[in-house]
Design a protein around this ligand. Structure first.
Ligand code: DLL
Length: 435
């Protein structure tokens, strides 16, 4: 793999500023945000008033813990536009999450927000090793989902050639990556695996591909998966994090030279980690739920948004801004099986150590005579399809999961293409228990 470390003078000065400079800027911006939200969003005014807190009570950054949380439900309750802090004619873009049940969650951006978002995605891409002039294949979905357009505007800001292909039609993805000579791909990690399969189907050697960098996010993925993709394509695999309520992709990103967790762009977002039970802030280094306060959002500022993502905060390395460890999973996705907490990423990690199995998987939870049972569906690799080979692979994975996660699961090894393929965010868990 090429050394793609960006030169220090290509960085935004704040990325490598002192902690004091960063904190001073955060405090100034946090005051502005609280004021803006209080004055212009009825929801925040009534929530602050109800507990007798006022933006002027913020004397230091840690005072943010005195303010109330915002949750996904609050976005639904204020559907569609009641959390907007500017008049409608100043909103230049709307995105929304599909929401499997009930109303979607809607977010609005001013022109300035769109511009800052593009800057932050450009910063994220530069951190990933992408350079002006590179060709970027954007396979995140375009539309109300923030992935496609978020990546697109960032790539444009950085000065790249963009191929706005969106998700789907995997055969064509591979043809166009190769014909247009993309050097960066932006896509969910699970869809990247489908693209990898397609390379093989087309008889192409992925290690010969022109791709140098993959910027993967929108769903949890492990370091084991990083190794798999990096070895298969001889490319860098870098993690990008974000969520629509806070902005979209580009809230945090790994640096290609370290790949040791994601630097949070702290000049625009203030992170906290809270305890899942007590909701009290935890200190850096401790695992809990990630909470964000935006510092520059005009259209829809958000105060102490509970992401449900589990991680911990770590000190800066390649940049002065703090890092978040790769997200283990969402608290909503945590499976509790006979008293043991399990995240799909733990299964992914083990699966990737069994060479006779492909990295595609899906977890099914069923009730079997009143007992919860977990089935892991996966596939054999080409050449290991016999009944005997598949049952051996199944036993190996079952043992590994038992050894590392501590639960007994059933592993069903299908033939190639037996597990549904992702074209965006993978559906990892199907829960068939009745409540
Ligand atoms: O997924 C934004 C995005 C698009 C991020 C493209 C990165 C790349 P939402 O649809 O609102 O926004 O989903 C946000 O996805 O709370 C996490 O649970 C999960 N997520 C996003 N990035 C990562 C990541 C976009 N790198 C939700 N690792 C978040 C783990 C991630 N989970």
């Amino acid at each position: 793999m090429k050394d793609l470390t960006p030169s220090r003078d290509s960085l935004d000065p704040i990325e490598i500023a002192s902690r004091d400079e960063i904190s001073d800027l955060q405090l100034k911006r946090m005051r502005w945000t609280l004021d803006h939200a209080y004055k212009n969003v009825g929801f925040y005014k009534s929530k602050f008033d109800a507990i007798g807190i006022h933006p002027s009570d913020l004397k230091s950054l840690s005072d943010i813990a005195k303010f109330p949380f915002t949750e996904k439900k609050d976005l639904r309750d204020n559907y569609p536009f009641d959390l907007f802090a500017v008049p409608q004619n100043q909103i230049s873009r709307i995105h929304a999450s599909s929401g499997t049940t009930g109303k979607p969650t809607v977010v609005g951006y001013t022109k300035g927000d769109i511009d800052r978002w593009a800057e932050l995605v450009a910063r994220s891409m530069r951190a990933s090793g992408t350079k002006p002039g590179d060709t970027v294949h954007v396979a995140y979905g375009y539309g109300l989902f923030t992935g496609g357009l978020g990546a697109h505007y960032g790539a444009e800001k950085l000065g790249c050639t963009i191929v706005p292909i969106s998700g789907g039609m995997t055969q064509r993805q591979v043809t166009l990556i190769e014909d247009f000579k993309a050097t960066t791909i932006m896509v969910t990690p699970s869809y990247m695996l489908s693209i990898l399969d397609e390379y093989k189907t087309q008889g192409r050697d992925p290690r010969e591909s022109c791709l140098e960098v993959g910027i993967f996010g929108a769903e949890p993925w492990t370091n084991a998966m990083r190794k798999e993709v990096e070895n298969s394509f001889d490319m860098h695999a870098v993690d990008i994090y974000g969520l629509s309520e806070v902005m979209g992709p580009g809230v945090a990103n790994e640096c290609v030279e370290t790949k040791d967790g994601l630097h949070i762009w702290e000049d625009h977002f203030y992170p906290e980690i809270i305890d899942l039970k007590s909701n009290k802030p935890k200190i850096d280094g401790e695992i809990g739920e990630l909470v964000f306060t935006t510092l520059t959002k005009e259209g829809m500022p958000i105060i102490r948004y509970r992401t449900r993502d589990l991680t911990r905060l770590l000190p800066g390395t390649a940049r002065s801004m703090r890092r978040m460890e790769k997200v283990t999973g969402r608290s909503d996705d945590m499976i509790i099986l006979r008293g043991v907490n399990i995240f799909p990423t733990q299964i992914e990690e083990q699966l990737l150590t069994v060479e006779t199995l492909s990295p595609h998987f899906q977890i099914e939870i069923i009730k079997d005579q009143r007992m919860d049972k977990m089935l892991v569906h996966t596939e054999c690799v080409v050449g290991k399809e016999t009944e005997e080979e598949r049952s051996m692979s199944s036993r190996r994975l079952k043992e590994k999961i038992k050894g590392s996660v501590g639960v007994t699961v059933d592993v069903i090894v299908h033939k190639t293409d037996g597990v549904p393929r992702s074209q965006g965010k993978a559906v990892r868990v199907i829960d068939r228990r009745e409540n």
